[in-house]
Ligand binder design. Sequence first.
Ligand SMILES: [Zn+2]
Length: 325
Amino acid sequence: MNLIINNHVIDSDLYTILDKIRIETNNRYLGRIVNHGDNIAISCPFHKDGMERHPSCFVYALNDNDNVPFGFFRCFTCGSQGQLYELVAYCLGYGIEEAKEWLIDNFSKTLTDSVISLPEITLTKEKKTYLNEDILNEYAYFHPYMFQRGLTENIIKKFKVGWDPNLDTITFPVWDENSNLLGITRRNVKNKYFHIPESIGKPVYLLNFVKRENITEVIVCESQIDALYCWSLDMPAVALLGTGTKKQYDILKNSGIRIFHLALDGDLAGRHGILRFIENMPDNIFMDIMLIPDGKDINDLSYEEIQNLKRVDKRDYLQDININV
Ligand SMILES: [Zn+2]
């Protein structure tokens, strides 16, 4: 049985999904992942503090038992069980909605609209509240980590990147395209944990600056640090805070930007993100794909390496993908 979330089929390889959870927790959870074909055994995150030696939590891949959704898990030691997004939520410290978004962003290629017709699910939205910019004054400090990642002083000031001395986290304010402050994401300097508050949703990071400055050509990256780094190199950029959502494509279609240079991460999720981006944007928008090396993101590359990246037109990219599938 497929796992369908908000009309998206989660249809990536289950092992890859579990492995990304492991990576994002810095090996804190899912230290062991053993592929048995029909199912995958993982170190259960719910007992023994995630440290069990013999993996006894089973996650089900497709498809012989039609009552079990893709990614359903069940621990044979502690009895914990649930849906894949509950596992994601627990391991990554997300709320359920955020965990669902994470799965959609990273691991869905297919909209069910085109396969099965389901009524669009409209979630009742709470009225948005915005933060007062004054809160950013509390974090108006520089931290060496910012410079290690290649950000310049001007860019740190311009985009109000800060440091919270109490939590030892780098703070990144996130605005919507109309410059309303939606929230602050945080990266822990020591353990690199990254936290996005649920209230932020999925805006296009830094699009408010792009619009204000009438910029019509941008690099599109995944993470905030990627986008800030591009700006530091004098290359305007936006970040998707992930690999892209339908709502973000809609925002970008109406943004006035005419040229997109896609610089998503050099991994499977990034490549899926590129495909979705191409397929969800109108034909008349120019875009090319900057081929980021495997295992890298744009923030790992020097200015020269970025200049020398191979770039391919979207049609060539699609053709290459079809050959390689
Ligand atoms: Zn367990």
